[in-house]
Design a binder for this molecule. Sequence first.
Ligand SMILES: NC(=O)c1ccc[n+]([C@@H]2O[C@H](COP(=O)([O-])OP(=O)(O)OC[C@H]3O[C@@H](n4cnc5c(N)ncnc54)[C@H](O)[C@@H]3O)[C@@H](O)[C@H]2O)c1
Length: 339
Amino acid sequence: MRVLLTGGTGYIGSHTAAALAARGHHIVLLDNFSNSERDVPARLQALTGQSFPLIEADIRDTETLTRALRDHEIDAVIHFAALKAVGESEADPLLYYEMNILGTIRLLQAMQAANVAHIVFSSSATVYGQPDSSPILEDFPTRVENIYGRTKLVMEDLIRDLARTNKLSGAANLRYFNPVGAHPSALIGETPRGVPNNLMPYLTQVATGERPHLNIFGNDYNTPDGTGVRDYIHVMDLAEAHALALEHIFANNVSITVNLGTGEGTSVLQLVRAFARATGREIKTLIAPRRPGDVASYYANPALAEKLFGWKAKLSVLDMCRDSWRWQAKRAGINDVQV
Ligand SMILES: NC(=O)c1ccc[n+]([C@@H]2O[C@H](COP(=O)([O-])OP(=O)(O)OC[C@H]3O[C@@H](n4cnc5c(N)ncnc54)[C@H](O)[C@@H]3O)[C@@H](O)[C@H]2O)c1
């Protein structure tokens, strides 16, 4: 298949590009580099031995998108490009509506103009808001708790509507839980700008000495050790899921909405201990007050993905820690990484 990846030089996009290339697909990357580095296509080439054509463009530019889809004879799109910081979305809602919602409408218009009728979309478990219980199934009610979550839900709805009205032949809304880790080669990984919003990049930056300690927000939750429980998923497993989901919707012309998690909850303290075990690095932690809006426990029931397209996460929390560390240590210039 010839597949265009919007946001293809970003964290999850770059790993998915490598996974698709390994399965024999031809990949075109499209990105505006607002949150990624320009050498990612070269790194992907070093990793896979294949070249990755790059279009530097914004997803709101329908004309350029349409031309790219036609010129590269694209069969399907995987849509990663979006803004993704919850705090920023609350500070500037219109920016998020424009980039995420309008950007997706522009992309869908370009796809329609170029007769591209299959899309895989990066959604998020954030659409469940504060669920009543875990494990979370796809038919749990969706709840909007912040502007970022609203944009993800609207983007899902746009795609479902177009599939229902036969403007799209196949669509997959993939609801990621907590992606972490990096390619084991340490050639690609996550490159957060400024202070990381997510636990694992923060933790690895404490391990390199870039940050003094890790704040644990709340240790009095109703969980086995009192700290918040999440469903961490290795980005390599996530990348594989995109390839399988894409092949499934392309072969069967179906529209699906699917959780992507391991199905296992890990607490903050368990993750910190696993990190020490995987890397030999102890992390200094401080207990801080709970953050508003945080949920005690949150993990997926991932059975539908296995049923529909035979996907199941394979990598463990230790793998996630080891690969995150290898990547971050290399970036920080630490050479004695023993993992
Ligand atoms: N990382 C997570 O924890 C997580 C969890 C759930 C869902 N998601 C979703 O997965 C997708 C990918 O996330 P990621 O972690 O790889 O983020 P990322 O920021 O690393 O990747 C997004 C890429 O899109 C590009 N981009 C952003 N706006 C663009 C625009 N208007 N035009 C063209 N390119 C644009 C950025 O430069 C970046 O390369 C996002 O849609 C995100 O909302 C991420």
